[in-house]
Ligand binder design. Structure first.
Ligand SMILES: [Zn+2]
Length: 231
């Protein structure tokens, strides 16, 4: 891993849970400098553990043992204080508001070993390497549908998208949301939860409509977990 530059943020406090989740974000601001100055500004009340710039430079804002303020009001697999239970990485990208664009190779090359190191340090399950939109579906879209989850999955750092020849279980929409809740999503806002699921698992069609492919992917994810293929 290349050298990490310390850029301390005052926006943190103490954890009340052990680390079991890694949350990936995009910065969603016009450029890296404005994002970083916001994340270290005491009045913003937001921060993260690491920022990964588009050129691959990694900054450390909050020590891993501390609770950074990146997830906000969130929920994942029953945990509602996601900040206490997670490490947060902000990946520099203007985001949907300022011109969402692919994550450059240099950035992904820097991000991947950082994720690997964190996953190894805290023994984070691949199913708990998630996007901000997964833990706050009604509020967030980051890191978004252009993020290359498969690249992390190939290294065993995140769950892969289930393969072909999946059977549609023909759940009702209510049944799908129950299954989504079982997988870990907050389904209080059903359509938002469906869109978050699609953004992560079927990014080519984020329409909020539950179809056979969505049902089949979710069934496969749940079966893999029950069979012990995925944590
Ligand atoms: Zn975020």
């Amino acid at each position: 891993m290349s050298e990490i530059i310390d850029c301390p943020s005052p926006n943190f406090d103490d954890r009340s849970l052990p680390v079991s989740i890694l949350v990936l974000h995009y910065t969603g601001m016009q450029d890296a400098a404005s994002a970083i100055s916001w994340l270290i500004n005491p009045t913003s009340k937001v921060s993260c553990h690491y920022v990964v710039a588009e050129d691959g430079q990694v900054l450390r804002l909050v020590e891993e043992e501390k609770r950074a303020w990146h997830a906000g009001r969130s929920k994942w697999r029953g945990i509602t204080d996601v900040n206490s239970a997670s490490i947060g990485i902000e990946i520099v990208n203007p985001g949907h508001e300022w011109g969402y664009r692919p994550f450059p190779e240099a950035q992904m090359t820097a991000l991947t070993p950082l994720v690997a190191e964190i996953v190894r340090t805290f023994d984070i399950a691949p199913a708990n390497v998630v996007g901000h939109s997964d833990v706050a579906p009604a509020r967030k879209q980051d890191p978004g549908e252009l993020f290359d989850w498969e690249r992390l999955a190939r290294l065993g750092l995140a769950l892969p998208r289930p393969g072909r020849s999946l059977a549609d279980p023909h759940w009702t929409d209510g049944g799908f949301l129950l299954a989504l809740d079982r997988f870990g999503y907050d389904v209080a806002d059903g359509p938002a939860a469906v869109r978050a699921f699609q953004r992560r698992w079927r990014p080519e069609a984020i329409d909020g409509v539950i179809d056979g492919q969505c049902r089949a992917i979710l069934l496969s994810l749940l079966l893999d977990r029950e069979r012990g293929h995925a944590r």
